[in-house]
Write a protein that binds this ligand. Structure first.
Ligand SMILES: [Zn+2]
Length: 367
């Protein structure tokens, strides 16, 4: 685990204590933030892609030039980063996508300046995407065999190209500048991700290709309906299972099944505890749906244990395609990178949102 992530865990421990008591309706909040922050005359007339083509990369050599670029790119590193909740590749909306629909989502992201980041980078705030781009993180719940599966080839195992990860791999090969990464959340079952290969072989393939893991409880338990003891068991069993495959691995994230958290009096048991000698300690707990604004880890409103996800679907308010449209209409709310992962570049009007974690870990540049 990187030093940055450790620092983050310590910092977020405190935030988590407060955050876990509170649920805020994100869409309302996002809209409130939009109406207060968005100037009505600010309409996105040039696409991110166009502005990138016009201005070739400039670096930190000339301060003045960089300042000009911030404005030109409309850099906002306190802006929203969507985390998308996907499941399998099945024709069963709204929780699943077909191959065509998933490709359509990826193509929209790519064409509209979204770039994939890993969970680790999302959690550390160390966002390494090109200037002008908006990071996005993809999550996949349930350990389904249409999310990921291996197939046997003459040379050994390879990813099944009809699974979500197979589709994503192909898309990333064709669009090398799209970035890489996704995190997958599963149970403690041997049938995670199908039956081809052993569970260790399936997980090995994912790790070797840069994917990250998280906890989705032992058997898709609704944590809101369990006693404290059973919450510890439901969460701890998955950590123990991962530990049996990779003794040095500790998960950092949980996606609450049904988005449900335990009773508020023992809510933290879902993220920190010990089960049969195995300790777990999660930095982030993702909900199902937009439980709050999609602010980054460096933002004062970031709620580590009440982190929102947008359902990867279309047709309903608050789904992925609703948010695509929303951010297209409100571009100043999006995270827009300056291209330098070590700085946190913030428009003056948003400077007050920078939290202590950001001040301690980044060079904050206000403009
Ligand atoms: Zn689930």
């Amino acid at each position: 685990m990187s030093k940055k992530l450790l620092t983050l865990i310590l910092s977020l421990g405190l935030i988590a204590l407060f955050a876990s008591c509170k649920v805020e309706p994100a869409m309302t909040e996002a809209i409130t933030e939009a109406s207060s922050a968005e100037s009505t005359s600010e309409v996105q007339t040039t696409s991110v892609k166009e502005s990138i083509e016009e201005t070739t990369a400039t670096t930190t050599v000339d301060e003045k030039k960089v300042t000009t670029d911030y404005k030109e790119y409309k850099v906002n590193e306190q802006g929203h980063i969507m985390v998308v909740m996907y499941h399998g590749i099945i024709d069963n909306p709204p929780y699943h996508r077909t191959k065509e629909q998933f490709n359509k989502d990826l193509q929209y992201m790519y064409d509209n300046g979204y770039r994939l980041i890993t969970l680790e980078d999302y959690l550390s705030g160390h966002i390494d995407v090109e200037a002008g781009m908006t990071p996005i993180h993809l999550t996949f719940d349930d350990g389904l065999d249409t999310t990921f599966a291996l197939k046997e080839t003459a040379d050994g195992f390879d990813v099944d190209e009809n699974t979500a990860i197979g589709i994503l791999e192909d898309f990333c090969k064709e669009h090398p500048d799209f970035g890489r990464g996704a995190s997958l959340y599963f149970h403690d079952q041997k049938t995670n991700f199908g039956k081809v290969g052993t569970d260790k072989e399936r997980f090995d393939w994912l790790l070797e290709h840069g994917y990250e893991f998280g906890n989705h409880t032992a058997s898709h338990d609704n944590l809101g309906k369990l006693s404290k003891e059973n919450v510890v068991k439901a969460v701890g069993r998955v950590e123990k299972y991962v530990n049996s495959l990779y003794p040095d691995m500790h998960l950092t994230a949980i996606t609450y099944p049904f988005g449900a958290r335990p009773d508020s009096s023992y809510r933290t048991a879902a993220v920190k505890g010990e089960y049969e000698g195995v300790k777990y300690n999660y930095v982030i707990g993702f909900r199902e749906g937009p439980s709050g604004p999609f602010v980054p880890v460096t933002h004062e409103k970031f709620q580590a244990l009440n982190a929102p996800r947008v359902r990867g679907s279309e047709g309903a308010n608050g789904d992925l395609w609703w948010y695509f449209d929303y951010y297209d209409k409100n571009p100043s709310l999006k995270y827009i990178s300056d291209g330098n992962p070590d700085t946190l570049v913030v428009p003056s009007k948003r400077a007050s949102t920078v939290n202590d974690y950001a001040k301690e870990n980044f060079k904050v540049i206000e403009y």
